[in-house]
Design a protein around this ligand. Structure first.
Ligand code: COA
Length: 393
């Protein structure tokens, strides 16, 4: 039995910032309204050339640098996201390719804002059972692409970003001590994002969506009901997972919750009688980045020296599905010093990985050509060519 320790962490937020005042110029709202109801001041928005996979890659590369793990040693990549570029190939496979992680299995995980906790739990179990020795768990989103920018009830909440952790199996007790994962599909319609390849939400039907003024392929939310759900499950999940780990609430040093809304966290703090200082918050600067929010907040917590070896930290997530979950981790590492030279040298690996990937693509084309199969372009041309009808004999 191995213990799955977090040995690396990294995050990436796009350069472009959208403030509450910027939003007030787009919809009828104000900085004061947004801040007092949510605690959010600003969020980051992906640039034109950025996608969920490029954000995830940046966070993953940083996490691997901290873990001092070569990409070729990575055995499993899980990307939790609700905004993949494609249904397939998965974003995780694109990240695998960008990293040059030639020996890794890779898949996307869909559990909305709980995705990171779900991924962490899956990866820790895979390590504990000996199926893999290490895993990269990423939460990454480009929610700005699926927001209805005219809906002031949702567009003020979300932002883009990515965060990642490296888990490694060790014989030293600690790491992920316990996790709890839950869902309640009966509340699915409270928070929805129709699949990009499919207009209607099968669960609700196109008539329902149109009658209720829904637009296709954007997030729809019943804010009040989601708020009520969240305040209940955050407290319940923390209590449950702490109990499962054989600890008490007093043993917990830090809670890194999903960064959706400060008022949700304040409510959990009151219910559990845990002071707000024990909850780490960065929602003011990043907004709700869904699956990315917990690992991004974790990186900020480490940077702010909020974690030291032997601390017990709880991650708690909740969101669409409905889903929720929590994990307790015994923190074991102090952040290593990574020199600039070392960082640049590690980045050079990824340029080499992209070159290798391109060469493999070209190799496949040449192989197909030599083997007599048409290129994808020629196949498309052929498919579009008007065909003569066969005469009936
Ligand atoms: N700016 C100004 N006014 C706004 C507004 C905005 N951005 N959004 C809504 N309003 C208005 C509403 O139209 C309503 O006006 P009315 O009373 O004249 O009808 C009023 O503010 C109250 O709306 P309501 O939806 O009840 O506000 P609220 O206090 O519930 O706050 C949320 C709205 C979205 C901030 C809150 O419900 C929330 O945070 N919910 C949880 C969302 C969440 O975390 N989702 C992600 C989960 S992973």
């Amino acid at each position: 039995m191995k213990y799955a320790h977090i040995v690396g962490w990294g995050s990436y937020l796009p350069e472009k910032i959208l403030t509450n005042n910027d939003l007030a110029r787009m919809v009828e709202t104000s900085d004061e309204w947004i801040y007092t109801r949510t605690g959010i001041k600003e969020r980051h928005i992906a640039g034109e050339r950025e996608t969920t996979a490029t954000l995830a890659f940046e966070a993953a590369a940083r996490a691997l640098a901290v873990a001092d793990l070569h990409p070729s040693q990575v055995e499993l990549i899980i990307v939790a996201t609700s905004t993949p570029e494609y249904i397939f190939p998965s974003t995780a496979c694109r990240v695998q390719d960008y990293l040059g992680a030639a020996r890794a299995g890779a898949f996307d995980l869909s559990a909305a804002c709980s995705g990171f906790v779900y991924g962490l739990s899956m990866a820790a179990n895979a390590i504990a059972t000996g199926s893999v020795r290490n895993a990269l768990v990423v939460g990454a989103e480009t929610l700005s692409r699926v927001i209805d920018w005219q809906d002031r009830g949702t567009c003020i909440l979300f932002g883009d970003g990515a965060g990642a952790v490296v888990l490694k199996g060790m014989s030293v007790p600690g790491g992920v001590l316990a996790s709890t994962l839950r869902s309640d599909g009966s509340g699915g319609e409270l928070l929805t994002l129709p699949a990009v390849y499919h207009n209607p939400v099968p669960m609700l039907g196109p008539e329902y969506l149109l009658q209720n003024g829904h637009k296709k392929n954007t997030i729809h939310m019943n804010g009040r009901q989601v708020f009520r759900f969240a305040t209940k499950v955050v407290a319940d999940a923390i209590e449950e997972v702490v109990h499962k780990a054989g600890l008490t609430l007093n043993d917990i040093d830090l809670i890194v919750p999903h960064q959706a809304n400060v008022r949700i966290i304040e409510s959990a703090s009151k219910r559990l009688k845990i002071p707000m200082e024990k909850f780490f918050l960065n929602v003011d600067r990043a907004g709700n980045t869904s699956a990315a929010s917990i690992p991004v907040a974790l990186c900020d917590a480490v940077a702010a020296n909020r974690l030291k070896p032997n601390d017990n930290v709880v991650f708690v997530g909740f969101g669409g599905g409905l889903t929720w979950g929590a994990a307790v981790v015994k923190w074991a590492v102090t952040p290593p010093e990574v020199s600039l030279l070392d960082r640049e040298w590690k980045r050079a690996r990824y340029i080499a990985a992209r070159t290798r990937s391109r060469m493999r693509k070209w190799g496949r084309r040449v192989g197909a050509w030599l083997g007599g199969s048409p290129t994808p372009e020629a196949r498309l041309k052929d498919a579009n060519r008007p065909r003569r009808r066969k005469r009936r004999q």
